[in-house]
Design a protein around this ligand. Structure first.
Ligand code: NAD
Length: 260
């Protein structure tokens, strides 16, 4: 379905970004993955994408806090693949603290990685998309692009910012064959989440089931985690031609969290 297309996925060395990169590659897209991690593991993943799906996969170590590296990442992908047709702005971090204790450097890092990096990547990728009259920009938002939770001021502010960026760029590019949307997940089952369970069990004196149902899934009506495969499938749909009329949308995939 995406044969001949080229994608850049930020924050694709783990979790949701990796799931999206794999899903796009499975549909035939060449992909540039980006993110931090152990060099050997990243190379294994990159080579694995090529051998599993018969596509070209590249890796960029661009730091999403550094605008020149973001611009260079997009330029490198355009040079190598001939285009960036699909841009997935997914890299993100979290920090939890009451606002009066929130370290300013954590605020700056979250706004840089979770919000400003998307602006810089969009700015670099849109001219090529306009020239080719086709583009897909998919931002990883969050349920927190729509609703707040206490102690996550920077994260919620950045994700609400992603919602605004998504809608604005969608309006600016709609006449050029480009769509811009945000996937807004609830709690997603990632290795990162799984690793938190034992620590939370210990800290709160709860069973594994209590941590999952009463802490992690308290807001999710399905009482189930979203999976990275579900998010990958949504990204593939948004990248396809049948989604050409979907733009400026904040698409929740949150088990009913924000319906309440
Ligand atoms: P994760 O920690 O598994 O992955 C984050 C990725 O971002 C990694 O590849 C990491 O290397 C990369 N990254 C971090 N800082 C970076 C930087 N400075 N430059 C480049 N890459 C950097 O997390 P995840 O759960 O897969 O989250 C991915 C996105 O999904 C984030 O935007 C997050 O806010 C969003 N999200 C996650 C959930 C969830 O429950 N896991 C829910 C809603 C939204």
């Amino acid at each position: 379905m995406l044969k001949g297309k080229a994608a850049v996925v930020t924050g694709a060395t783990s979790g949701i970004g990796l799931g999206i990169a794999r899903a796009l590659a499975a549909e035939g897209a060449n992909v540039m993955i980006n993110g931090f991690g152990e060099a050997e593991a990243i190379e294994k993943e990159r080579a694995g994408l090529e051998s599993a799906f018969g596509i070209r996969a590249l890796y960029s170590d661009a730091d999403m806090t550094r605008p020149p590296e973001i611009t260079a990442m997009v330029a490198e992908a355009e040079k190598a693949f001939g285009a960036v047709d699909i841009l997935v702005n997914n890299a993100g971090i979290q920090f939890v603290s009451p606002v009066e204790d929130f370290p300013p450097e954590k605020w700056d890092a979250i706004v840089a990685i979770n919000l400003s990096s998307a602006f810089h990547a969009v700015r670099a990728a849109v001219p090529g998309m306009k020239a080719r009259k086709w583009g897909r920009i998919i931002n990883t938002g969050s349920a927190h692009a729509l609703v707040a939770s206490p102690f996550k001021s920077a994260y919620v502010a950045a994700k609400h910012g992603i919602a605004g960026l998504t809608k604005t760029v969608a309006l600016e590019t709609a006449a050029h064959g480009i769509t811009v949307n945000a996937i807004c997940p609830g709690y997603v089952w990632t290795p990162l989440v799984e690793k938190q369970i034992p620590a939370t069990m210990q800290a709160r004196g709860l069973t594994r089931e209590q941590v999952i149902n009463d802490v992690m899934l308290a807001g999710q009506a399905t009482k189930q985690f979203v999976t990275v495969d579900e998010i990958g499938a949504l990204a593939v749909f948004l990248a396809g031609d049948m989604a050409r009329s979907i733009t400026g949308a904040l698409i929740t995939i949150d088990g009913g969290w924000t319906a309440a």
